[in-house]
Ligand binder design. Structure first.
Ligand code: ADP
Ligand code: ASP
Ligand code: MG
Length: 407
């Protein structure tokens, strides 16, 4: 019998009525002759509510206790879904990550799944039950409860699909699939029918929050096909799968943006070997992830080094760098949090030229200044002032013909 994993996000289980709809959909799948594992997020904005409560008590709470708290949201939704399925006359059981042994490392609030124990889930499936698993949570080797980072239920679902060798992992959400850009920003954004793992990975890393990055990494590694679709209708959504030659025909598949980074500049860095290494190893030692980097060397032998970090880490990075700048005789350290990164993504870029030029020209035509640029094999990104984010996204979406192209 074929096995399917179905994951429903927060908006899909936002109230009792929606949970009943999910129950109906899951039961329909079961009645069509398939085994079903369901993964749920917490109801609506429950995780935000819990996080805000913690912040009220302590802005920097113990991460172990934060995971203990945040993991409760999913326990509510899974038990309610089991009850809703029972009410339809079917057998179902809900389980926490702990109960089905989703084993992670010990990085509280951003744990990585190490392995999943298939036995318990298999026993329940063998008894013809629908198995419901709490998303976003696991346990480490010391039996501590961990969480997988925001959006982590996607990763739970795909890890289960990989371990249990499911035919497909369906990700049900509040939009009809993966769009050419965030449909909340550009109403003309179009649903993509099919996208490669690499393109989805880039889009997710560059800001499209529709799938958690790690979930796509998992799917690519284990070859799990993902079907992102709406929980409110039956339309075909977006298939995320292995690249094929037809995908190269589309040069730009989508546009992403990220407003969560900050730009740091260290002025007048003496131009001598070892200083850049010193700066970035100091930042890395504080566990701060650096994204884009540029260095401008002037004729006076002094360089300005500019780089971006997550906005949430920018104050800490400033404190560290101010200290380092004094010790090493560097100039002033500046921070700009009002920036956004715009990116265009597509595997077709590997074999087509001119994408960067077109991107820069389109932004220039709107009077948008580019502060930083970076490229990968299948993406080009520009940092601009955050007040131009929406205009920039719309401009690039139109310039690359995304509203009308086929996929
Ligand atoms: P869920 O609660 O179901 O996990 P998310 O909020 O995590 O849902 O993801 C869905 C949201 O992602 C959409 O409502 C949309 O605003 C946003 N989004 C951003 N970029 C894209 C994109 N390229 N395609 C589709 N949705 C996107
Ligand atoms: N409930 C968690 C969150 O809001 C996990 C998830 O929904 O994927 O981030
Ligand atoms: Mg999500």
């Amino acid at each position: 019998m074929s096995l399917i994993v179905q994951k429903f996000g927060g908006t899909s289980v936002g109230d009792a009525g929606k949970i009943k709809n999910v129950a109906r959909r899951v039961v329909d799948t079961k009645q069509a002759g398939r085994q079903v594992i369901v993964v749920l997020s917490a109801m609506g904005k429950e995780t935000d509510r819990l996080q805000a409560l913690a912040d009220e008590i302590d802005p920097a709470p113990s991460e172990r206790e934060l995971d203990m708290l945040l993991s409760t949201g999913e326990q509510v939704s899974i038990s309610l879904l089991a009850m809703a399925i029972h009410a339809l006359g079917h057998e179902a059981k809900s389980f926490t990550g702990y109960q089905v042994r989703i084993v992670t490392d010990s990085s509280f609030t951003k744990a990585r799944i190490v392995r999943v124990d298939a036995d318990r889930i298999q026993r329940e499936l063998d008894q013809d039950r629908i198995v419901i698993v709490a998303g976003f949570q696991g346990m480490d080797e010391n039996l501590e409860i961990t969480t997988l980072g925001r959006g982590g239920s996607d990763t739970t679902a795909i890890a289960l699909a990989a371990t249990m060798k499911a035919e497909v992992c369906e990700i049900y959400t509040d939009v009809d699939g993966v769009y050419t850009t965030d449909p909340g920003v550009v109403p003309e954004a179009r649903k993509i029918n099919c996208i490669s793992y690499d393109e989805m990975l880039e889009l997710a890393s560059l800001g499209a929050k529709v799938l958690q990055i790690r979930s796509v990494e998992f799917a690519k590694k284990y070859g799990v096909p993902i079907h992102v679709r709406s929980s409110f209708n039956d339309q075909e959504g977006t298939w995320v799968r292995k690249e094929d030659s037809s995908m190269e025909e589309v040069i730009v598949r989508g546009v992403a943006y990220n407003k969560d980074e900050a730009k740091l500049t260290i002025k007048q860095v003496p131009d001598r070997p070892g200083l850049a290494a010193n700066i970035f190893s100091t930042v890395a030692a504080a566990n701060i992830v650096v994204d884009m980097i540029i260095q401008n060397v002037g004729e006076d032998g002094l360089a300005d080094i500019t780089f971006t970090v997550p906005q949430s880490d920018s104050q800490q990075a400033m404190d560290i760098l101010d200290k380092l700048a004094q010790e090493q005789d560097m100039g002033e350290v500046k921070c700009d949090t009002k920036i956004a990164k715009l990116s265009v993504v597509g595997v077709g870029m590997r074999s087509h030229s001119g994408v960067a030029a077109k991107m820069f020209q389109s932004l220039a035509d709107e009077g948008i200044n580019i502060m930083m640029i970076s490229t990968s094999e299948i993406a080009v990104s520009c940092v601009i002032a955050s007040k131009y984010t929406e205009l920039g996204v719309r401009t690039l979406h139109t310039a690359f013909g995304l509203a009308e192209a086929g996929s």
